[in-house]
Design a binder for this molecule. Structure first.
Ligand code: SAM
Length: 264
């Protein structure tokens, strides 16, 4: 067991605490908590709402459709979170208007001690939450979800696997897509021959230098073909340049097709 004071603590403020029951009790997230590497606390915003019915939302000023999450319950919930485990915390509001979530931002968040994620719902959250109580707004993509819960899950799962020890050996987040600014090479498992579709023979060669080079080549090929945005930012080493020259020759020979057709 890890000393739990060094664990990364996620705190999720939500109107729907049961949403998280299953995802946090499965697979890597469950094991990470059992090992004490990650702590997850779900806070029901309604517990901090006033009145018999604990109403946490209200009609928007100025009219318009949908309800808006009130500022006071969220402010009180954040105060309580600060009292429960004092120390620095990073507070993010999930919002389609926020900074786009990325592997780079995940790496930054994985270095925090405590990450608080506020899930909006309905029409959104009273703007004073964004103005006074958070460090940043985060969006998981250019589309609109009904609530921040799915976004919180995406962020927790992405950040947690970067916490040292969570993946364990031999898995390493350093080999994942995007880690070094490139997409990961293709991977295969048994059978070596599936209805005539073969695994690339180099992977059986036992020559680790050759295998590493093949993996780097396929990684560069994919990144160049699928993600011009990443490719434009990539700094190619001398050996990458040689690999690129090979890819270009192969492409010319295949008549301009930049990835081998995976259906063949
Ligand atoms: N009316 C808001 C707008 O247009 O900006 C959208 C509200 S959305 C229906 C309700 C909640 O879902 C938001 O407050 C936010 O917490 C969450 N949400 C929706 N899309 C999201 C995204 N792409 N990333 C992160 N959170 C999102």
């Amino acid at each position: 067991m890890n000393d739990s004071s060094s664990a990364l603590e996620f705190v999720i403020l939500t109107l729907f605490p049961r949403y998280f029951v299953s995802p946090f009790s499965e697979s890597i997230l469950s094991k990470a908590q059992a090992k004490g590497l990650v702590k997850v606390k779900i806070v029901d915003i309604r517990d901090f709402a006033e009145g018999r019915h604990r109403v946490a939302d209200d009609y928007p000023f100025g009219g318009g459709e949908g309800m808006v999450l009130k500022v006071e319950p969220i402010a009180r919930a954040l105060e309580q979170v600060g009292r429960d485990s004092p120390g620095p915390m990073r507070v993010a509001l999930l919002s389609p208007q926020g900074q786009l979530f990325s592997q780079e931002l995940a790496q930054e968040l994985a270095r925090q001690k405590k990450l608080v994620l506020i899930c909006g719902h309905y029409e959104g959250v009273d703007e004073r939450v964004a103005e006074h109580f958070i460090d940043q707004e985060i969006s998981i993509g250019d589309y609109v979800l009904s609530g921040g819960e799915a976004a919180a899950l995406v962020i927790v799962e992405t950040v947690a696997r970067l916490v040292p020890g969570v993946l364990g050996n031999p898995l390493s987040p350093g080999n994942d897509s995007l880690a070094g600014g490139v997409l990961k090479h293709p991977v295969y498992t048994r059978p070596a021959d599936y209805s005539g579709r073969q695994v690339p023979p180099v992977l059986f060669s036992g020559d680790h230098h050759k295998i590493d080079r093949w993996q780097r080549k396929e990684s560069l090929r994919r990144t160049r073909s699928r993600r011009p945005d990443l490719w434009a930012k990539l700094e190619l080493s001398e050996s990458d340049q040689e690999i690129l020259a090979e890819i270009e020759t192969e492409e010319r020979e295949r008549g301009g097709q930049d990835e081998p057709d995976s259906k063949n």
